[in-house]
Design a protein around this ligand. Structure first.
Ligand SMILES: [Zn+2]
Ligand SMILES: [Zn+2]
Length: 480
């Protein structure tokens, strides 16, 4: 038999949904799934978290601004003999003015020297990395002379006034402050950047994220409440100017991540999400090592996939969309705990296998658990999670929903897809299969290239540059 044409498999089949829900609950029971706050790539247009493989880079024009972060009582023992009646500021460069409300620190390099520049007209001081001072003066057209010098590590522990809130924030150091762009002082907003979030963890900084799922400011952003962040950019720059924080405004064209579905620029946002841990019990290393047991055509695919697994972050399994397979988890209304309970999970799995997963959305919460189900804290009141699962988990359990459920050979002889799926479907199939079954779902991975359009770009449904194979076949026959 070449194909079971009368019984195709669809991820929205009831039984398939049941198996997807079951796999997710099994991963929770095995301890691989956790709920955490993470700063992730977010599409404000689609209102959802995006996976690594779901962003694409394109050039856009952004404001490029230099700001004053004015030091609080600059320390004489650090900065030496300056005219302390004049303000001393860290100069900061950013292309995302809308993230300034979420600023909680300024980062310097602990291995670089910083120049203390004095404005010839006003007498005020600016601190920038010595290596970037010339570039800073050129771009800002300030007329300054160097009044002193300080090691970056000595600046750590100083505080400065937040330009909008006037809160005192600390100067920290991080590895990612480099000397190839900007001024060597980086504005840190853990709620709006991945590296910033890591620095925030390391320095125990607060995570502010005054931006909702539509990309609009919340009431925590004060006068900007309700405004879309990209629309707020010019107003933010204007406000910073009025407050005396703006040194210079320019435009810059730079490479910026976009959503692969709607092609709008994305933002980084701190959110509560469900994650699959890739590092629990050494899983990452096991996944990498076990690829030796899989044949790859072409052979280079093995190293490609191995290095991608080596670098990948935890898998964000939840999405905020209105349809899909549910994250079938209940929370206790009293103590807030997500319920991880074998009897409860078996109940949900059984219903999902028989009815599909829509009951999760349509039934009242009382019907989503066995009778008399009780939380450890004694409460009987629960609320349901409304997030859905990443569709990559849906397609990633086809080995269970198709091979195992239909009694076909498992692992499969061959998985075949385009070479872009070393990051996508091959991994989203491999990770749950290895974790739940102890084996890859495939014996062999065969990848192929892409059909290119007239401009040499790969044809993609989302790009709309696709030729329907049926048209070609009708005209030229199937051989071509
Ligand atoms: Zn989008
Ligand atoms: Zn409870």
């Amino acid at each position: 038999m070449q194909g079971d044409w009368d019984n195709p498999y669809l991820t929205m089949d009831k039984r398939y949904e049941g198996i997807t829900v079951g796999a997710f609950l099994d991963l929770i029971e095995k301890g691989y799934v956790y709920k955490g706050q993470k700063t992730i790539t977010w599409c404000a247009h689609c209102e959802t978290a995006l996976a690594d493989a779901e962003t694409e880079y394109k050039d856009i024009s952004s404001p490029s601004i230099y700001l004053r972060f004015k030091l609080v009582n600059p320390k004489k023992e650090i900065l030496g003999d300056l005219d302390y009646t004049k303000p001393v500021s860290l100069a900061v460069w950013t292309t995302t003015p809308w993230t300034i409300p979420a600023n909680v620190a300024a980062a310097v390099s602990n291995t670089e020297d910083y120049a203390i520049l004095q404005d010839s007209k006003t007498g005020e001081y600016y601190i920038v990395a010595e290596k970037l001072a010339e570039e800073f003066l050129k771009n800002t057209e300030l007329d300054c002379t160097q009044a002193g010098k300080v090691a970056g590590e000595k600046l750590v522990g100083q505080t400065y006034y937040h330009p909008l809130s006037h809160k005192e924030n600390p100067v920290i150091w991080t590895d990612f402050v480099t000397m190839d762009a900007g001024v060597g002082v980086v504005h840190i907003a853990p709620g709006h950047g991945e590296e910033d979030a890591q620095a925030g963890k390391q320095w125990k900084l607060e995570t502010l994220c005054p931006v909702d799922e539509k990309g609009c400011y919340t009431k925590d952003a004060g006068v900007f409440e309700g405004m879309h962040v990209f629309e707020a950019n010019p107003l933010m720059v204007k406000k910073l100017g009025e407050l005396g924080a703006l040194i210079k405004e320019q435009e810059i064209v730079h490479s910026y991540p976009h959503c692969w579905r709607c092609h709008n620029p994305i933002i980084f946002r701190a959110t509560e999400q469900w994650f699959m841990s890739i590092d629990k019990d050494g899983l990452r290393q096991k996944l990498m090592d076990n690829l030796k047991n899989v044949k790859f055509y072409p052979a280079g695919g093995q190293e490609r996939m191995r290095s991608m697994i080596g670098l990948r972050p935890d898998w964000c399994l939840s999405r905020q969309r209105f349809w899909g397979t549910p994250v079938a988890v209940l929370y206790c209304k009293k103590c807030g705990k997500p319920q991880v309970n074998h009897e409860l999970f078996e109940f949900i799995k059984k219903r999902a296998m028989e009815e599909g997963s829509d009951f999760w959305f349509t039934d009242p919460v009382e019907k989503l658990m066995p009778e008399n189900y009780t939380c450890e804290c004694g409460s009987h009141e629960f609320r349901k999670e409304t997030d859905i699962l990443d569709v990559w988990l849906d397609s990633g359990v086809s080995w269970a929903a198709v091979l195992k459920d239909r009694g076909l050979d498992f692992p499969a002889d061959v998985y075949s897809e385009g070479s872009d799926q070393h990051r996508g479907w091959f991994q989203s199939s491999y990770i749950p299969s290895y974790t739940l079954e102890g084996t890859a779902p495939f014996k062999t991975i065969l990848t192929h290239g892409m059909v290119l359009d007239g401009h040499g770009r790969p044809m993609h449904k989302s790009e709309g540059n696709v030729t329907d194979p049926a048209d070609v076949i009708n005209k030229y026959g199937a051989d071509i």
